[in-house]
Ligand binder design. Structure first.
Ligand SMILES: [Zn+2]
Length: 69
């Protein structure tokens, strides 16, 4: 079953790949279960490349951050 509610925004967080601080962000479910985009850290303002994947088991998004050049 597809448990994603289209149109809703899922709140989640990731750890900055540069400074290690936790950033809270929102994932737009309409962009799919696998997403990749750049977001600037809210603390150090450096660009994190975020890989978003939807965890079907936990019914939430997981974000992996890496340093973007
Ligand atoms: Zn940072």
């Amino acid at each position: 079953m597809d448990s994603i509610n289209q149109g809703e925004v899922s709140s989640t967080s990731y750890r900055c790949a540069f400074c290690g601080e936790t950033n809270h962000t929102f994932v737009d479910p309409s962009q799919g279960k696998q997403q990749k985009y750049i977001e600037d850290c809210q603390i150090c303002c450096r660009p994190n490349e975020l890989r978003v994947s939807y965890d079907e088991w936990n019914e939430q998004y997981a974000i992996r951050a890496s340093q973007s050049q």
